[in-house]
Structures are given as structure tokens and as C-alpha cells.
Design a protein around this ligand. Sequence first.
Ligand SMILES: [Zn+2]
Length: 201
Amino acid sequence: MDAISQGELELVRFDTTELLREIERTLFPKLSSDVSCHYGHIPNLGCVHKVSENRYVIVLHSLFNHPDTPEVVVRHLLIHELLHIEIPPRELREGELDPRVSRKKGAEPQEPLGPIVHPAEFWVRERALSPERLLAMKWIFEAFGGRLKYREREEGIWVRKWRSEYGRGIVRPTIEAVRSLVRDEGRNGLGIPDEMAEVCA
Ligand SMILES: [Zn+2]
């Protein structure tokens, strides 16, 4: 992993650390680690670094560091990253399909890809803890869709050309607008590519 990026001055309309503390208190009461968070220039949407025994740093992409980013989106990303601390990567179990390669029908058998970062139990927990996850992901794709690329092997969504495009011409929709889109389209028509619906970082 690259060195942890330097934190940026927060531009969002809420206090991200306060939000993180509230999520820890309410959803992760057994988590004893010391966790901090900031926004920074990273290749993907979000990540969590273990910096020492029992200490973690969550970094969210600079794209989110904007007054028009809804709190519900950052809330979902923080829940996702905290879940990585609760459910660390693990080896595939015998007979378990690797979701990173099983989508490609007829593909050549591949070498094992090593520990899986988002095992099935991760998504079960995420669904339980983050009821607004689909709304949050829909907002992310409405706002940044063309700039995002899903990388199957890395199990994450990468941001394209963020250096040159950051801050230019990005229209961040309101969460209300996206909420009515989700309501109109229903769960089956979120307009999120299938393989991206269950990933973030
Ligand atoms: Zn993740």
C-alpha cells in the first residue's frame, strides 16, 4: 500500500470525525481500535490502513471532500471501512467460489488470487448495518460515474484522471433527487453496473 496521503482541510458540511465516532458508538460498540479519518488523494474511493497495533486510518477520496456531498454517502463509506477492521481479509474456503473470477463464464482457470477482501459475510454485515447503502452508491454513480472504474482483482472502484479533473465540471446531485430516482427505478433498476453494486473500496 502507498504511504498514507496527507489529510485535507474538510469542506463537507458535517464533521466527519464526529460522524465516525457516532457510527462507532452505535454500530461498532465492541470495536476497541483507535480509528481516525480524513480525505485525501488516493487511487480508489476509500481505504483503511492499519498504522500500528490497534490503530487505523480511514481515507476517503478527495472527490467526497465537497460541501455538496451528502452525509448519508460518507456515513455508508465509513461503515464500509470500519467493517474491514471487523472482518479482515481471509483465505477462500474449500469449495467456495471466488467472486472475483467466477463471473467470467468459460474463462481459463486462474491462479488463486489470495485472500479475499470482501467475503460473503462482509456483504451480509454491510446490508445489516448500512440500510442506505444502495442510495449512497447510486449517488456516487450519479455524481462521478464516468470517472469510476471497477477493478475486479483489487475488489475496488478506482477513480480515473482525478488529478486533472478534480473539481471541474462535477455536478453533485442532491440526495433527495437521487432518492426519488431510486424510488422510481426500484431496487432492480438502480443503473449501477452489476459488479459495482456491492463494492466500494
Ligand atoms: Zn471494501
